[in-house]
Ligand binder design. Structure first.
Ligand SMILES: [Zn+2]
Length: 88
């Protein structure tokens, strides 16, 4: 009978060790994910210029009025075309 209890205790201890080992592994994976998530940030959203339709990464785009442009020139051009619309 004591043998069965011994085996049960071994199983429980083994189970707990396995669990803590898995938790450590998960923590390690999370730590590894942090630098990789930085890589994902580098591959940012691709946005298209509202003026010419050119596709550019969001961090290189010029944002103006909630719209994206490939360059300041195009942002200004879009602004000018908006201004030139006749007021009635
Ligand atoms: Zn453009």
């Amino acid at each position: 009978m004591s043998r069965i209890i011994f085996i049960l205790v071994l199983l429980v201890v083994g189970y707990l060790l396995l669990k803590s080992w898995q938790r450590r592994k998960q923590l390690n994976n999370q730590r590894r994910d942090e630098p990789s998530s930085g890589k994902i940030k580098n591959q940012q959203h691709i946005v298209s210029c509202q003026q010419c339709g050119l596709h550019i990464p969001e961090n290189e785009a010029v944002q103006h009025g909630g719209k994206f442009f490939c360059s300041l020139d195009h942002a200004q051009q879009a602004q000018l075309t908006n201004r030139s619309t006749p007021k009635r």
